[in-house]
Design a protein around this ligand. Structure first.
Ligand SMILES: Nc1nc2c(c(=O)[nH]1)N[C@H]1C(S)=C(S)[C@@H](COP(=O)(O)O)O[C@H]1N2
Ligand SMILES: [Mo]
Length: 414
């Protein structure tokens, strides 16, 4: 169990545990453009900001000084507005703790559960190899090669976000009665790389629309836009947002996958129809096949429990009692129960679930596993939310988004 040892890091001059590190990808100037969260090495509920996962779909934008930043509210409103950060700070503020999870987190577990892929590790590799994304000599993209070289886990984190409820800003502008969606536009720009869709679908024979150079944008349906916990946030985990997480202002859409949490907002447009945003109608969609006429946009996450202790890599364990611990969250509100099976899903028992007052936050749970008999075990956990939804909710879909399946942890007891 090497990961439980104090490995001799130093914190402010004192010998301490080694601090967990995130796996990062950097640009030519050494600036981080992607990172994963070392989920299995963390305790508590808040992901430290420097260990939060980072995803950007387009080119990272240059930072804007908060004093030079303005946001436009336009479209189907009585009174179009231009607001500064100071204006926003005069409105009734709100703080929400919530899980951010990328729609593509844990994607390769879909293949594993369908028995056509190897089991992904919850521990990110130490290094990333992007060469699998650009196969040479006319070779086809190999999903297996990608799964072996790029992290497909660790793209969920949780934090505390402070800002103003979006509905306060909409109230100020006066939303017209024909409004159906609110479109958020980031000031990051770029040309979407079709290989991301080839990657998520495991196919490169799909026709992918080329929108050219675009700003990142999403059109949030009115009902979610008016939810009191949907925030325009300027702070995260006790300090102003970092540039990488969308400073000066980002959207927080509790329960909905990360792609809705638009960073670097420069414009809010109230619309009388659903907009045709690339990352809404082409990319973050659920469907059986690319040709599926009934594709729907990704919205609320399913319901999900993950076992973070022990993990496969801890096997074998000595006979005795062992804590089984993890996190559980849902896209539609509070977790009401987590069950654990230590016999591969034949029998289930209730785990202890911590009491929580934050419905959008993951909960911690634990269970005492009385592992007296040597043997091979499959430990499983499944969560239920306040809507009565039990894991798993999201079926196989061609881009393998929103994975919330039950993944067994394989442990040998000696
Ligand atoms: N403007 C903008 N916002 C964005 C994105 C982006 O590319 N541009 N990526 C989205 C995706 S796919 C995810 S998963 C989250 C990641 O947020 P984080 O990097 O702060 O963890 O931001 C979302 N917001
Ligand atoms: Mo994402």
């Amino acid at each position: 169990m090497p990961r439980r040892e104090i490995e001799g890091g130093w914190i402010r001059g004192w010998p301490d545990r080694k601090r967990p590190e995130s796996l990062e990808a950097n640009d030519a100037e050494g600036r981080t453009i992607f990172a994963t969260t070392p989920m299995t090495e963390l305790e508590g509920r808040i992901t430290p900001t420097d260990l939060y996962y980072i995803v950007a779909q387009l080119d990272m934008p240059e930072p804007i000084h908060p004093d030079d930043w303005e946001m436009e509210i336009c479209g189907e409103v009585e009174k179009p507005l231009t607001l500064t950060l100071e204006d926003l700070k005069k409105l009734p503020s709100q703080t929400v703790r919530a899980v951010t999870e990328c729609a593509g987190n844990d994607t390769m577990f879909f293949n594993y559960l369908h028995k056509d892929g190897k089991k992904p590790s919850l521990v990110s590799p130490k290094e990333m190899d992007f060469s699998a994304l650009k196969p040479k000599d006319g070779k086809k993209l190999s999903i297996e090669a990608i799964g072996n070289s790029l992290p497909t886990t660790g793209m969920s984190s949780a934090g505390e976000f402070s800002g103003v409820p979006l509905r306060e800003v909409l109230k100020l502008a006066g939303v017209k009665s024909n409004a159906v969606a609110v479109r958020f536009q980031g000031f990051d720009r770029g040309r979407p790389d079709p290989s991301l869709i080839y990657l998520s679908s495991g196919r490169d024979d799909i026709e992918v629309k080329d929108p050219g150079v675009i700003n990142y944008d999403k059109g949030l349906p009115m009902e979610k836009a008016l939810h009191p916990d949907t925030l325009l946030a300027w702070a995260m985990n006790g300090e102003h947002l970092h540039h990488i997480h969308g400073a000066p202002l980002r959207l927080v859409v509790p329960g909905w996958s990360g792609n809705w949490w638009v960073k670097w907002i420069e414009q809010i447009e109230v619309m009388d129809h659903m907009p045709d945003c690339y990352h809404q109608t082409e990319y973050f969609v659920l469907g059986d096949t690319p040709e599926d006429p009934n594709k729907v946009m990704c919205t609320a996450l399913g319901v999900k429990a993950v076992i973070l202790d022990p993990i496969d890599e801890d096997s074998p364990l000595p006979a005795g009692t062992h804590p089984v611990r993890g996190l559980a969250w849902s896209g539609e509100g509070a977790i009401v129960g987590v069950e654990v099976s230590v016999d591969g899903g034949t029998t289930w028992e209730d785990a202890h679930v911590e009491e929580s007052h934050d419905r959008w936050m993951w909960v911690r749970w634990n269970y005492v596993w009385d592992a007296v008999k040597p043997g091979v075990y499959q430990i499983m956990a499944r969560a239920t939310d306040e809507k009565g939804r039990q894991q798993p909710q999201t079926p196989w879909n061609y881009q393998r988004k929103h994975f919330d399946g039950i993944v067994p942890t394989d442990i040998v007891i000696e």
